[in-house]
Design a protein around this ligand. Structure first.
Ligand SMILES: *Cc1c(COP(=O)(O)O)cnc(C)c1O
Length: 395
């Protein structure tokens, strides 16, 4: 039986390889951090979502050890059978308080939070109005509903308004957006989105995975950045990026919505509990961020230092304030070549091209971390300058 499928898969995999779309994994031989080891070589890492440098932070590791000792390794259960410990309830309370919302519910990943956040609320009489560049997990979550789906052009508020007008007859409408878009590092226009949601009576949902912990005056994310915290109805986020980077996610919002998710959200009802060590460490991360603003400030300074340095070198970077720094090469080959030469210089960055970004928009995406020291940033800037000049990308 398998022979026919095997032929087809072999052909398709060969086609991936031929077109340069085949994904190879790079195996890291060290903990995650600003310095990693790959194939025995030390590299400076500029492509992790380790925004606050907490992935291998001693306090986080210590908290994980402590939770492991106190609460055990696994729960062998979904939450509502015998998979809820006191620390799971504490973390839900703490995440809700951190994001200044009523309540929160934990998931194994933000991918699951998004997979389970639409279907319980959005029936076939409803409409979901979603940004064209929203994360894959949002796209999948929306697909699991029978609601009408309207996709507005990325960040285009006129188009969003058109879609709101088109869906006037829907029983409920939900506007759905990433808080920060991962390829450009641009922040969703939540002020306008919330204004439109009031005029047209729509619910607002934001996936703040690339923002929770470090965007906004105290790191509460994009709703705080735009001062619309009370106007956003539901937030999904991940613990797998800035908040320690292990795994896990949450949906945060109005009491009744979260309560209904506990009754009806399938990734919550039918998937295993978050491991105690992850819960304990995430609790410690939220304490750390509530006690001190140092990491967020350092990340901000590092980001500005790197962005200014790259602009001074003459690189074409997408403007913004986010630690995602897109360096535009436009041609896929140029981006791949630059990334590969930077790797030779000990700087680990990733080139992105079609279909991950639009055709002719190839780029290198640098991600800055609070764990980067000035010396790391200087070495990266130096390498970018050297290789950029050699390849004729800058003058
Ligand atoms: C990374 C990311 C996710 C997935 O988060 P996991 O917790 O790793 O599943 C979801 N949405 C957005 C916008 C993301 O950037």
């Amino acid at each position: 039986m398998y022979a026919k499928l095997k032929d087809l898969l072999t052909q398709e995999l060969d086609a991936f390889r031929a077109s340069g779309l085949y994904k190879e994994e790079r195996v890291i031989e060290s903990p995650q951090g600003p310095r990693i080891t790959v194939k025995g070589r030390p590299l400076l890492n500029f492509c992790a979502n380790n925004y606050l440098g907490l992935s291998s932070h001693p306090k986080v590791i210590e908290a994980a050890h402590k939770a492991l000792d106190e609460w055990g390794y696994g729960m062998s259960s979904v939450r509502f059978i015998c998979g809820t410990q006191e620390i799971h309830k504490q973390l839900e309370r703490k995440v809700a308080d951190f994001l200044r919302q009523d309540d929160a519910i934990l998931y194994a990943a933000c991918f699951d939070a998004n997979g389970g956040v639409f279907e319980p609320f959005m029936s076939e009489d409803c409409a979901i109005i979603t940004d064209a560049l929203n994360h894959a997990s949002i796209i999948d979550g929306v697909r699991l509903t029978k609601a009408q789906r309207l996709i507005y052009q990325h960040a285009d508020m006129n188009d969003l308004e058109n879609k709101l007008k088109q869906s006037r007859d829907a029983m409920f409408r939900m506007i759905v957006t990433d808080g920060v878009f991962s390829m450009d590092g641009d922040i969703a226009h939540l002020k306008e989105i919330c204004m439109l949601s009031e005029w047209y009576e729509a619910i607002v949902m934001v996936d703040d995975s690339h923002a929770t912990g470090f965007i906004g005056p105290t790191g509460r994310g994009t709703p705080e950045y735009w001062d619309v915290e009370s106007k956003v109805d539901v937030i999904t986020t991940t613990f797998g990026k800035a908040l320690g980077g292990a795994s896990g996610g949450a949906t945060v919002g109005h009491r009744e919505m979260i309560d209904m998710l506990r009754q009806r959200s399938r990734p919550y009802l039918f998937s295993n509990t978050l491991a105690p060590a992850v819960v304990g460490a995430t609790l410690a991360v939220l304490d750390l961020l509530s006690e001190s603003d140092d990491l967020r400030k350092k990340l901000q300074l590092n980001t500005k230092y790197f962005r200014d340095g790259m602009a001074r070198l003459g690189f074409d970077i997408r403007p913004g304030v986010h630690p995602i720094v897109p360096i535009m090469l436009y041609e896929a080959k140029a981006a791949v070549e630059l990334a590969s030469r930077l790797l030779d210089e000990g700087i680990y960055v990733i080139a992105f091209s079609y279909p991950v970004v639009p055709k002719g928009q190839a780029r290198i995406r640098v991600q800055i971390s609070a764990a980067h020291e000035q010396d790391h940033l200087d070495r990266a800037l130096e390498a970018f300058g050297k290789v950029g000049r050699e390849l004729g990308v800058i003058g």
